[in-house]
Write a protein of this length. Structure first.
Length: 245
């Protein structure tokens, strides 16, 4: 059987989208279904470079910690340690509200504004299924007054509002639909019930680790991603994201 070299860094998989052309598996597949690929270059008699092909019908499989909910799509770029990895997220649409004033109170009121939106408080009175994670973006700077915005909270708008159609316009003041552009993030994840101390501790662990590896990142803001309801007591999943430069 031919030896196949997959090149992207140490393991490269380049994804492409095929048209309606038909894939014909090679004879050594023995009549069985094989992964689709394009032959890029024949390097020698038994070494070749291939591009793995993903068809338009390929299905995104959300990680188990999404709890069966729809999650934003990403590619795992590199696993840096047991609980730190680099991900590249696709463009994604979210419903968002700014947070200001008392942090704990603002979190609660922002959550209910977003929950009311997916419960039908929008121009179409349309109910939208809950997704994951609840994403909070925080400024890296401490606000000087209670009127300054210190961050935002967002709900991911499921897959049907990413490409197929626009999400209904919010009717509550301060709630908006926003696009999070494709970016690479360093992510640290941890279990249990999160709180401000855990969030700061894990943010500093992530920043220290990245600095030690010589990885450059944005320090103007950062993200917290929560995946579980308050009523899930075990196997909880929390994340801190830092955008990479």
């Amino acid at each position: 059987m031919k030896a196949i070299i997959l090149l992207i860094s140490t393991l490269m998989i380049i994804k492409t989208v095929t048209s309606s052309s038909k894939w014909e598996a090679l004879s050594y597949c023995g009549g069985l279904e094989c992964p689709r690929y394009n032959l890029v270059q024949q390097l020698s008699e038994n070494i070749e470079i291939i591009i793995k092909t993903v068809t338009s019908s390929s299905k995104w499989e959300a990680p188990s910690y999404c709890g069966g909910l729809e999650c934003p799509r990403f590619n795992l770029v590199q696993q840096l340690s047991e609980n730190i990895e680099i991900r590249e997220y696709e463009d994604s649409n979210w419903v968002t509200v700014d947070m200001k004033g008392d942090k704990e109170q603002s979190r609660k009121s922002s959550f209910w504004s977003l929950f009311n939106y997916i419960s039908g408080k929008n121009i179409d009175n349309e109910k939208i299924e809950m997704s994951a994670p609840v994403l909070m973006k925080y400024s890296g700077k401490t606000p000087f007054t209670s009127e300054e915005t210190f961050g935002s909270m967002s709900f991911f708008l499921g897959y049907r509002f990413q490409e197929d159609r626009l999400a209904p316009k919010p009717t509550e003041n301060g709630v908006s639909i926003n696009k999070l552009p494709s970016k690479k993030y360093a992510v640290i994840y941890y279990s249990g019930y999160s709180n401000e101390k855990y969030e700061i501790d894990n943010l500093q662990k992530l920043g220290t680790f990245l600095s030690g590896q010589g990885i450059k990142y944005v320090n103007d803001y950062y993200f917290y991603a929560g995946y579980d309801s308050p009523f899930k007591f075990w196997n909880r999943h929390n994340e801190k994201w830092i955008e990479l430069i």
